[in-house]
Design a protein around this ligand. Structure first.
Ligand code: CAA
Length: 380
């Protein structure tokens, strides 16, 4: 067992950390306040080779592993959780199913520009009437000659509106329930494909979350991903890895809050000494650091399993569950250490606490993670 990161992983952390501090952190508060998605940040990530970290070089990827990828999401989220989820949704949710299930032609046409950072990806599963019960979707895809015609809408789409490539799921045979769901690749600009309401959110406010609408949207059968009826499995398998991206985001948010609280505790004086000399604060910091480290280890373990071709669904759900919960606890404690100042927008911990909440909700609520984990336990 080896508890040290390799030189390659340390280099990834250093590179992303520098990028995050220089290019992402300075505008994080303003982008949050004004709800601005800054595409140039994604463009720069593409230039650095971050947009396709775990894909093979033959599809334009970085040829690295999933541990490198989660380290990148963690370091981005340490300063800006919105930027972390932009990359996570792009790689885990849109890129992964293309990489695993795409034909060679689909990979060159859709995945390569994504891996090179020229196009942004998104994933459309959730609908107004089906969130946790993903198989209950109502969007339909009806075969018509060499095409499919899509009708319906998907909500809460991360990167929605700004993404060029969407991996979406629709019912091709309602009688077959989850076995009648099929995956499709839809490009921005396709007639009949449009964008609806943009959500106004508590946190991750500089990550766009939109409704996407299909109104007799005609998609060539060559843009079906995988086989007819394979869509639900593709969606679930995609989420297995995606959840670890969210665990990494949660670890990053929590570490960012711990960094800020630690620095503040050393500097802020009350009762004639720094807060860091008060045992009440020291104990909080110790608990926060222990929680962050435990969440990080679960996250890295799940990434290591995936990188080594071992089953990782349960580990990924555990990482997401634990990291999401501790991100909420650690950011709340960070605000508490800052006291009144922590409740204002003068310091970043208020934003981090708002951002942390979503990690307990998306890519499967933490209640759904418990369903997933217990399903694995009962099958083992
Ligand atoms: N891998 C492969 N196959 C899987 C699987 C997995 N991880 N999970 C389930 N399946 C298969 C099962 O084996 C089963 O196959 P068979 O019929 O061949 O036996 C089939 O799928 C149905 O499985 P279940 O009966 O367990 O399905 P269910 O309808 O009870 O749902 C669920 C299970 C875990 C609750 C699932 O619906 C789920 O994960 N819900 C949460 C949805 C979710 O995470 N949404 C997130 C949206 S994306 C997002 O949030 C993005 C963002 O903003 C960043």
């Amino acid at each position: 067992m080896q508890f040290r990161l390799s030189e390659e992983h340390e280099m990834m952390r250093k590179m992303v950390r520098e990028f995050a501090l220089n290019e992402v952190a300075p505008t994080a508060a303003e982008r949050d306040e004004k709800e601005i998605f800054d595409r140039t940040i994604f463009d720069k990530m593409g230039e650095l080779g971050l947009a396709g970290i775990p894909w093979d070089e033959e599809v334009g990827g970085g040829g690295a592993d999933y541990l490198s990828y989660v380290i990148a999401v963690e370091e981005l989220s340490r300063v800006c959780a919105s930027t972390g989820v932009t990359l996570s949704a792009h790689i885990s949710l849109a890129g992964w199913p293309l990489y695993k299930f795409g034909s060679p032609e689909q990979k060159q046409r859709f995945l390569r520009p994504m891996a090179e950072g020229k196009k942004l990806g998104a994933y459309g599963l959730t609908e107004p009437g089906s969130g946790s019960d993903a198989a209950g979707m109502k969007t339909t895809a009806v075969r018509d000659g060499d095409d499919y015609i899509l009708n319906g809408s998907k909500i809460f789409i991360t990167n929605g509106g700004d993404a060029e490539i969407y991996v979406v799921f629709a019912v091709t045979d309602p009688a077959l329930k989850h076995k009648g769901i099929t995956a499709f690749i839809v490009e921005k600009g396709t007639p009949g494909f449009s964008f609806g309401k943009k959500e106004k959110k508590l946190g991750i406010r500089s990550s766009p979350t939109l409704e996407i609408i299909f109104d007799n949207c005609r998609i060539p059968a060559s843009q079906r991903l995988g086989e007819e009826g394979q869509g639900f499995k593709i969606a679930m398998m995609t989420l297995d890895g995606g959840r670890n991206g969210i665990a990494a985001q949660a670890v990053g948010i929590a570490q960012g809050a711990l960094d800020a609280a630690l620095a503040y505790a050393k500097e802020r004086k009350q009762f004639g000494k720094p807060l860091s000399q008060l045992q009440a604060i020291q104990f909080k910091l110790a608990d926060m650091a222990t929680q962050v480290e435990a969440a990080r280890l679960l996250t890295y373990q799940a990434a290591w399993l995936e990188s080594n071709g071992l089953p990782y669904g349960k580990a990924s759900a555990m990482a997401k569950l634990f990291a999401g919960d501790i991100a909420m606890q650690v950011t709340t404690e960070a605000v508490q250490i800052f006291g009144g100042y922590g409740y204002t927008r003068e310091y970043p911990v208020e934003r981090m606490m708002r951002d942390a909440k979503i990690t307990q909700i998306y890519e499967g609520t933490n209640e759904i993670q418990r369903v997933v984990i217990s399903n694995y336990l009962l099958k083992e």
